[in-house]
Ligand binder design. Structure first.
Ligand code: ATP
Length: 648
């Protein structure tokens, strides 16, 4: 069986609309075990012929059998597998990976082809080429001759039956040229078929046979010596690596490539990092805002509805809310009777008063309400007790005070049992109200609470009440209730809608859902912005990946020459972009959590860090890596091996 059997092979290159014929009806036979040199003037087509024979390029017409296997119609994956298992390449420019050391470079083919104990084989090959003391040197730490010897060791790793060498001595000094030729000769003596392109007659002298090519045609042949006849029979093709074994190797390579280019990796991960910090913070703040709104409203009381007297038009003049009080204490029983859905109700009066304790003064807000105000407004005292119905009926001089008043007048000490002057009247403090916080425009803890009748008759001198506050059955629609109660109050007080918005009714549940809705809109908007920033980060990754593909085009060509399939290259670049965005995602996650904790600690903002938001940011960053890495990976995968190897 012939090693190479070429019949009527032609190839042309197209530049613009013009076709240039490079190989013209080539017929060539190379026996197993031959050492053949191809010579000819520059531009005659020697390298093109070698590349077609090495399956790095394809011919336009003609037939080609390599060790009996018909090549022309094979798909690119099969060609990759044949290159990986049957062919060794030695190039003029060595094509070593600059960041990998000698042993790593020699082992590279084992990434794609199943080779037994590749490191051991690599060490043996490096020893054979006299580099046993240079195994951990990178190409920049080796001479040109030594680099080419590493490349020869690499070409021999998979023990291929044939080696294609394109000007292997072209870049070397005369001493190194001889060393390299001796290495090739040794391989030849070990049974390899070698086809070498050279323009140096001295180098061709090492070969058995010289083929002269001029203008894409074989013009003549010279036989230097008789070749040893070798018959390998059917060559036992090495298997391509597959499954986890293959992926594991590619992941290792990706890690290596990312860690040897740390700055580039860091810069491309930066966009994702900021994006994830934004997503985490915005989601935590959004959830926090939602929670604080819920807390605020639940502290106001369950399903609370407040009726207050609004403005009224008098002779065409609109008057301010609360100008005319039409509500009275009798409305309480009337409403309870009329509306069974009202579970409890209290009349409320408000005013301001001067408080004096010892030599301290404080102007505060006074509220008068019924004894059931405790359950209506969730006001269970933190110290002492609430006033009773009896105390309300007797207009007792007792009060409960809010936290701000306790702080201003009592230095935060328990005030229960002391006497406090409210508008010069002495009241006994019977309880301290729970903390309610600020609603934004009013400090709800700056308050003194007294029984309704005490407030109306002894403190504020009011006949009318300011508000009716009630708890509505949660199963009732507050919308219908608001309409009914307004109508009822108009009827009771002889007023009507045309007189103005006399009764203003607020349902806390409605207000809460309105506030939550606007919060939701705000956080959706912010999340959208954060996602846009992640996208921008993704575009950053894509740009850097594209630059990286361009920069590493030769490396891609080399990997393909050594047996990498399109899918292997695609996976490698996809893993690189995904690992980059994942790194950004993980670091962003840590910074995001720290940012959120910082905001909570120093600004006192309510923050809710939820696992779904962390998971979302994490998964999103991986997806960005895959999404934006796809195009550069596809571009790299589709590069033709020879175009990639020849790129500048
Ligand atoms: N990708 C390409 N596109 C267009 N023309 C090409 C391409 N590659 C090679 N050529 C042309 O094909 C011809 C043969 O090139 P090839 O590299 O095979 O020649 P060679 O004999 O090896 O030359 P040298 O000894 O200078 O390397 C040259 O004229 C070259 O310009």
């Amino acid at each position: 069986m012939l090693a190479i059997d070429i019949k009527n092979l032609s190839k042309s290159y197209k530049i613009g609309n013009t076709k240039f014929s490079v190989l013209n009806q080539i017929n060539l036979e190379v026996k197993q075990g031959e050492f053949v040199a191809i010579m000819g003037p520059s531009g005659s087509g020697k390298s093109t012929l070698l590349q077609v024979m090495g399956l790095l390029d394809t011919a336009d017409s003609g037939t080609y059998r390599l060790f009996g296997k018909q090549i022309e119609k094979e798909p690119s994956n099969v060609l990759s597998d044949i290159r990986g298992s049957m062919i060794g390449f030695v190039f003029q420019q060595f094509h070593l990976l600059s960041k990998s050391n000698a042993i790593q470079n020699v082992c590279l083919p084992s990434l794609y082809t199943e080779i037994n104990e590749p490191t051991k084989v690599a060490e043996i090959q490096l020893k054979k080429v006299g580099l046993e003391n240079r195994t951990h040197h990178t190409p920049s730490e080796l001479s040109g001759g030594q680099q080419q010897r590493v490349a020869i060791a690499r070409a021999l790793l998979n023990d291929p039956p044939i080696i294609f060498a394109d000007e292997p001595t072209g870049n070397l000094d005369s001493k190194s040229k001889i060393e390299i030729m001796l290495e090739l000769k040794r391989s030849h003596e070990e049974g390899k078929t070698i086809v070498m392109v050279t323009h140096e007659p001295e180098m061709a002298e090492y070969c058995d046979r010289i083929i002269h090519v001029i203008d894409g045609k074989i013009t003549n042949e010279e036989r230097k010596r008789k070749s040893r006849e070798i018959h390998l029979g059917t060559y036992n093709i090495l298997k391509r690596k597959s499954g986890w074994n293959l992926i594991k190797g590619i992941i290792k390579q990706s890690f290596f490539s990312l860690t040897t280019n740390r700055l580039r990796t860091f810069l491309s991960a930066l966009g994702i990092l900021f994006g994830v910090v934004c997503v985490i913070s915005v989601m935590a703040l959004g959830e926090g805002a939602k929670k604080s709104v819920e807390d605020q409203f639940s502290s106001l009381g369950a399903n609370l509805v407040i009726v207050r007297t609004g403005g009224m038009r008098s002779g065409g003049v609109s008057m301010e809310a609360g100008t005319i009080n039409r509500l009275d204490v009798y409305d309480v029983s009337a409403v309870s009777k009329k509306f069974p859905e009202v579970k409890q109700i209290s009349a409320v009066v408000n005013g301001r008063a001067q408080l004096v304790y010892g030599n301290r003064n404080w102007n505060s807000f006074v509220t008068g309400a019924s004894f059931n105000y405790e359950s209506l407004r969730n006001l269970e005292p933190t110290e002492g007790r609430f006033f009773t119905e009896e105390e309300d009926n007797k207009r007792a001089l007792v009060c409960l005070i809010g936290n701000t008043v306790v702080r201003e007048l009592f230095d935060g000490k328990n005030p229960v049992g002391t006497y406090l002057k409210i508008n010069r009247i002495s009241f006994r403090v019977i309880g301290q109200l729970p903390e309610k916080g600020s609603t934004g425009f009013r400090d709800q803890d700056d308050v003194v609470l007294v029984p309704l009748n005490t407030a109306m008759r002894r403190l504020l001198n009011k006949d009318a009440v300011d508000n009716l506050e009630m708890e509505l059955d949660p199963n009732e629609s507050s919308e219908n209730f608001i309409v009914s109660i307004k109508r009822f109050l108009h009827e009771r007080h002889g007023t009507n809608e045309s007189m103005g918005n006399i009764y203003q009714v607020m349902s806390m549940a409605d207000i809460q859902s309105a506030v939550s809705e606007s919060n939701q809109t705000m956080s959706t908007l912010l999340i959208a912005l954060a996602i846009v920033s992640l996208m921008v980060g993704g575009i950053g990754i894509m740009n850097i990946m594209l630059v990286s593909v361009k920069e590493r085009t030769k490396e891609i060509g080399l990997r393909k020459a050594l047996g990498a399939r399109e899918s292997d290259i695609r996976i490698q670049f996809l893993i690189e972009s995904t690992l980059t965005s994942l790194t950004g995602g993980i670091v962003g996650l840590v910074f995001g959590i720290l940012t959120v904790l910082f905001l909570q600690e120093y600004f006192g903002w309510t923050i809710v860090l939820s696992f779904p938001s962390i998971g979302f940011a994490f998964l999103f960053s991986i997806s960005i890596g895959i999404l934006f890495g796809w195009w550069p990976s596809e571009y790299a995968a589709k590069l033709s091996p020879i175009v990639a190897l020849r790129s500048e």
